[in-house]
Design a protein around this ligand. Structure first.
Ligand code: NAG
Ligand code: NAG
Length: 339
């Protein structure tokens, strides 16, 4: 990593000259956020490099993905590498030793499951930058974080489209707090160099969705294409639009299994876009279920909380989570009177 480090220098120089004072005055919380962001970027960097070594362009083509798609994937890998270099350099400039990459385990088995995992990880990355933004005190760092957020959102869009999801299923991005993001990231981390500085986050106990992680939500058009591409050959009722592997819809019941018994009176809290909705759960031992609020659209984060935290997730009331589900968006409506 050190040999390629200097490629980040021109960018860093730009940041430094744009706001030298703020960068120098960066507080502890800012470098903690940068170190945390670097943790995510290391994970993504290794994730894409592994995939590019595990699968050839031909493998992607056999799975129904074009040469252009594969080329875009290489741009994503390149972006993540640049993010690692930029954040590492910014930490060094602030006098903090950047953490090194860890050893990871990614649960994909083929091209299709890799792309699906990528769409989820990119969504988490986007949510992480959005949720981390209010913690940053330096405006120079905030601009850098916003700049990376844009790129992560573009990655999310490409990968969501590639698995048959509506890229902009929700009118709003979903901010996710660092502890929740760290909980999700930690599930892929096997071990880290002992020289790394520990992040000040303790993962929440796990929550797992009990159902098929289906994603297809494009209403029509290229659906057969997507079915073929994703290997989803089974059609319900023998006609289009009834695919058995469709994303779950708002209003239907979702069930989750927690790492231990769910206390009586717990809520399922759904975080999607700018909505935080708590629904009283039906509890049975380690399992909890509740209807999905109709405001939820797209990648949605689920928590078991000890109380109703409608409007704002309060970390102290989180018992388990987050789990991630894809909620099919409502058909788009347009009101031509809104001008
Ligand atoms: C992908 O390749 C890396 C090495 O480049 C290996 O460690 C990893 O287990 C592979 N992952 C899968 C899912 O094949
Ligand atoms: C459409 O927008 C207009 C103007 O804001 C509003 O009065 C009306 O209720 C809206 N219609 C619907 C169906 O939401």
């Amino acid at each position: 990593m050190k040999s390629t480090f200097f490629s980040a220098v021109p960018l860093l120089a730009t940041i430094a000259s744009a706001a030298p004072v703020e960068v120098r005055q960066a507080t502890n919380i800012d470098t903690t956020v940068l170190q945390f962001a670097l943790t995510l970027e290391h994970l993504e960097n290794v994730f894409y490099k592994n995939a590019l070594t595990n699968f050839t362009q031909r493998d992607f083509e056999k799975a129904g993905y074009s040469k252009d798609y594969y080329n875009n994937l290489k741009y994503i890998a390149h972006d993540e590498e640049q993010h690692v270099l930029l954040l590492s350099g910014a930490l060094q400039n602030a006098g903090v030793t950047p953490n090194a990459a860890c050893a990871y385990s990614f649960p994909y088995t083929d091209v299709k499951s890799f792309i699906t995992l990528s769409s989820v990880l990119e969504g988490v990355g986007t949510s992480a930058y959005l949720g981390g933004a209010p913690l940053i005190t330096s405006k120079a760092y905030l601009t850098v974080a916003g700049s990376i957020l844009v790129t992560e959102a573009l990655h999310t869009s490409l990968q969501r489209l590639a698995v048959g999801e509506v890229p902009m299923a929700n009118p709003y991005g979903t901010p996710l707090d660092p502890t929740s993001v760290y909980t999700l990231a930690a599930s892929f981390i096997l071990n880290c160099p002992t020289s790394n500085t520990a992040l000040p986050f303790t993962p929440y106990p796990a929550l797992t969705y009990t159902g098929n992680a289906c994603t297809l939500e494009e209403p029509s058009g290229k659906i057969s294409d997507l079915i073929k591409r994703n290997g989803w050959g089974k059609w319900g009722n023998g006609h289009q639009g009834q695919n058995q592997c469709r994303a779950i819809s708002g209003g239907s019941t979702a069930s989750f299994t927690a790492a231990s018994a769910v206390p009586a009176g717990s809520y399922l809290t759904f975080v999607s876009g700018l909505s935080v909705t708590s629904v009283k759960g039906t509890i049975n031992g380690n399992t909890i279920s509740a209807p999905i609020p109709t405001v939820d659209e797209g990648q949605t984060y689920l928590f078991v909380s000890s109380k109703d935290v409608e409007g704002a997730l309060d970390g102290t009331s989180v018992l388990f989570g987050p789990s991630i589900i894809e909620v099919a968006p409502q058909p788009p409506t347009i009101n031509y009177s809104v001008q």
